[in-house]
Write a new protein. Structure first.
Length: 216
């Protein structure tokens, strides 16, 4: 009996606090909301490439306690597609459900749009393409460009085989010659418009040397 009555006030206070927490969680209103989710691919075979730019995001309708459906809680929501069993080029369809969705604890899935994702895999290919120089405008009045050199003049690309077949020359950012009256050298980035194709080297930058002369 003494063990039950010793520090009785503290024990009652702790019990009240625990009950309050339980009531706050159990009695919280359950709501539903829609949230965008990004798509993450795992275990993509090293010799294959994804050619799937038509589905980068999807939308989920979820239900749960209001506190669990805040923007911060749902910011890490994503669809995880495991391609470990994909060994050959081709298409693979995934039906989306709780097993491949990463949701916060206490949040349940009501509906997903689209309900399925089809992934297309192709063989990885490489291609060397020329670099084209772009100028923001003409040189100063009375001058002309007589020579331009790019180093390196070609860059290697990597990506799905069918996408590489459609890629032509890549272009530099525009170079401004308006204040140049003599030979000039620029280090400029190069842009690749196809999101499924990438440079073999990260952050490609080329050196452009331009020779100007005064028009006689």
């Amino acid at each position: 009996m003494r063990m039950l009555t010793e520090n009785l006030l503290w024990k009652l206070f702790s019990l009240a606090v625990a009950f309050g927490f339980w009531w706050a969680l159990a009695g919280e209103t359950e709501v539903a909301t829609s949230v965008p989710a990004s798509v993450q691919y795992r275990n993509v075979p090293p010799e294959l490439e994804l050619n799937t730019d038509d589905i980068q995001r999807l939308f989920l309708k979820v239900r749960g306690p209001a506190a669990r459906l805040s923007t911060a809680s749902l910011s890490q929501t994503m669809l995880v597609l495991d391609l470990e069993n994909a060994t050959q080029p081709g298409e693979q369809t995934f039906t989306i459900g709780p097993k491949n969705l990463r949701l916060p604890p206490g949040v349940s899935l009501v509906r997903v749009v689209p309900p399925q994702v089809r992934v297309r895999l192709e063989r990885r290919a490489f291609k060397d393409v020329p670099v084209e120089v772009r100028f923001a405008g003409p040189p100063p009045h009375g001058y002309r460009v007589v020579k331009q050199q790019v180093q390196p003049s070609r860059l290697r690309l990597v990506g799905p085989e069918s996408r590489l077949e459609q890629v032509g020359p890549v272009q530099t950012d525009p170079i401004d010659l308006s204040s140049k009256l003599a030979n000039a050298e620029f280090r400029v980035p190069v842009f690749l418009p196809d999101p499924q194709v990438r440079f073999d080297e990260p952050d490609p930058v080329v050196t452009v040397r331009v020779t100007l002369e005064k028009i006689p």
